[in-house]
Design a binder for this molecule. Structure first.
Ligand SMILES: [Zn+2]
Length: 389
């Protein structure tokens, strides 16, 4: 069926909530405020007064449904994409944790095949291995290192057209060259798992770092270095208006006040909400793994979050965007239009994507319907109604 009409919805568009019908033709939005005669051969979806939002865009996801993309199988990529799609994520950026370079290259090759089968996969995000040992979080310290010219060249060759984001620590050696090379290749470079001072971070922004990966997690603020009070990554992010940030809005990693401060300083245009979800996302389990299923990667799941077994650090979230939507109301007390913008339009802008993130004529028909309590009722991907969680 080539037409789909969504009737009786409260449409979230352009920072407003309005009543209106949306007509979809094939994979695109044909009319974002339809009032004409219903075409023959048109499927009608009654929104029953529910909200009609652009599909969610999650730019930082490691896993879900018991899979992690580091499993290096097409099945893993598609199962991860699927569980998040069922929970409203119509565009997903699978994210690789630090691993041996050979494993990363293998994972990239698998992603190239999976991307054709799973339309919600946008491209890859590499989180590591060029991260700070001091801010390693749950990344394997032994594998962290500074980039070399040779390795960068090889990585970009293997990942051409697939890697869309990279998270690195700008204070490591060779970072100026690295940042400039990535920029030339159109890869969005984010500062994260970094121990940089504000001065180092601001210099990194000049080299091409343009985004902060999970602000407040593995990004230092003001602290004493050799007895000298020194500002950090967070202050630098607030000082440079051009820099965008993402926060893990699972109700654990980012606090309400931290998120609201970011929104106040940077505006909803420059703050994205992400899940940073790992393998157990979407499942009800108490144990799982971060990255490959190896004994040293074991994590526990409690209080709605994944932690290292010794509880010394969070190890990623177990959220889906459906949970982020709920938490935006119950935990962060956000206006709905603000939350939706940070889950749709702003992450699209960060990715540089021009046909997703809005309900607008010509945009891709990626849409999520949910009720007053933020329970998702329908998910539409490329104009097709998909199964919901
Ligand atoms: Zn992550």
């Amino acid at each position: 069926m080539s037409y789909l009409l969504i009737q009786n919805g409260k449409v979230i568009a352009n920072g407003e909530i309005r009543k209106g019908d949306i007509l979809i033709h094939d994979t695109k939005i044909l009319d974002d405020n339809f009032a004409g005669e219903i075409p023959v051969d048109c499927e009608v979806l009654d929104a029953k007064g529910n909200y009609v939002s652009p599909g969610f865009i999650d730019i930082h996801v490691h896993g879900g449904a018991g899979y992690d993309i580091m499993d290096c199988t097409e099945e893993a990529f598609c199962e991860v994409a699927n569980i998040h799609l069922k929970n409203g994520t119509t565009t997903i950026v699978p994210t690789a944790v630090t691993a041996p370079m050979e494993d990363i290259y293998e994972m990239i090759e698998v992603c190239k095949k999976a991307i054709d089968k799973c339309p919600s996969i946008y491209g890859l995000h590499l989180e590591g291995p060029y991260l700070s040992v001091n801010q390693k979080g749950a990344h394997n310290e032994k594998l962290l290192h500074a980039p070399t010219t040779e390795e960068t060249k090889q990585l970009l060759e293997v990942g051409k057209g697939i890697i869309c984001r990279m998270t690195a620590a700008c204070e490591l050696d060779n970072m100026q060259e690295f940042a400039q090379t990535l920029k030339e290749h159109g890869v969005g470079l984010a500062l994260g798992h970094s121990d940089a001072t504000a001065a180092q971070a601001l210099e990194g922004f000049r080299w091409g770092f343009s985004h902060i990966t999970h602000l407040y997690s593995a990004t230092p603020s003001v602290r004493k270095i050799n007895q000298v009070v020194t500002a950090g990554v967070i202050e630098a992010a607030y000082l440079d208006d051009a820099v965008t940030v993402e926060l893990i809005a699972d109700g654990n990693h980012a606090t309400e006040h931290g998120l609201k401060l970011a929104m106040k300083i940077k505006g909803t245009d420059n703050v994205a909400l992400v899940t940073d979800a790992i393998r157990p996302a979407g499942l009800d389990v108490t144990e799982s793994y971060l990255g490959a299923k190896l004994p040293e990667n074991r994590v526990i799941v409690e209080d709605g979050v994944a932690k290292l077994p010794d509880r010394s650090s969070f190890a990623g979230s177990v959220a889906t965007m459906a949970r982020v939507l709920k938490k935006s109301k119950t935990h962060y007390h956000l206006e709905l239009v603000d939350a939706i913008k940070m889950m749709t339009e702003t992450p699209a802008k960060i990715l540089g994507a021009t046909d997703i993130g809005k309900i607008q004529k010509g945009y891709r028909a990626d849409i999520v319907l949910f009720d007053e309590d933020c329970n998702i009722s329908n998910v539409i991907k490329n104009g097709r109604i998909v199964e919901t969680a």
